[in-house]
Design a protein around this ligand. Structure first.
Ligand code: IMP
Ligand code: MG
Length: 184
């Protein structure tokens, strides 16, 4: 797997520091508030699990699944499939959506639209990465670990064709790997 990497953008240590810093900020901002953290699967699974263990508050955890990507291209917002079992109880809660990356903004805006219908006390967005250059829908993260350029990255939950999520750092793949999605 290491041979497939062109460049490491954010090391394990750098990620750890930023995740701790964001968790400390959340601990202050949500002190004495009922917080439900909603992780967007699959991309947020590594970030989510590290982040929640650093938040010293009795938060509730939920996950929702958003299928928007295949290979390296997004599909139209209309095709974004959101699978969840969020219910009316969330109206008593502040909600923090956790995702791997804010790219075009289509996925998170769809998720916010869906959650708004449940009328929670507040809705905020926390992402590992912000790829502002690709934004199509006006949306900014409330909490973000790193800004990145318009590069396709993998690792720490981010995938190419559902692989490389388990890399402990964020990296750019070699061009030769990106040409065709692996089938094996
Ligand atoms: P959106 O374009 O903001 O809707 O982002 C949709 C999803 O695309 C994200 O949640 C990621 O799962 C995926 N994505 C966007 N950019 C990258 C990338 O550089 N690497 C891997 N996945 C990405
Ligand atoms: Mg993804």
């Amino acid at each position: 797997m290491k041979n497939d990497i062109e460049e490491v953008l954010f090391s394990e240590a750098e990620i750890k520091n930023r995740v701790s810093a964001i968790a400390q900020k959340l601990a202050v901002d949500y002190k004495h508030k009922d917080l439900t953290v909603i992780g967007v699967l699959n991309g947020s699974l590594v970030f989510l699990s590290d982040l929640i263990r650093q938040i010293p508050l009795p938060v509730k955890i939920e996950t929702i699944k958003a299928n928007t990507y295949s290979g390296t291209s997004t599909t139209a917002a209309a095709e974004t499939e959101i699978i969840h079992n969020i219910n009316a109880n969330v109206k008593e809660e502040h909600v923090l959506i956790v995702d791997d990356i804010l790219d075009t903004g289509k996925t998170l805006s769809e998720i916010i639209r869906m959650l708004t219908g449940y009328n929670p006390l507040s809705i905020k967005v926390c992402v590992l990465l912000n790829k502002r250059a690709r934004r199509e829908i006006e949306i900014e993260p409330d909490y973000c670990c790193f800004e990145i350029e318009d590069k396709f990255v993998v690792g720490y939950g981010l995938d190419f064709d559902n692989r490389y999520r388990n890399l402990p750092y964020v990296a750019v793949l070699r061009d030769s790997i990106m040409v065709t999605p692996k089938t094996l």
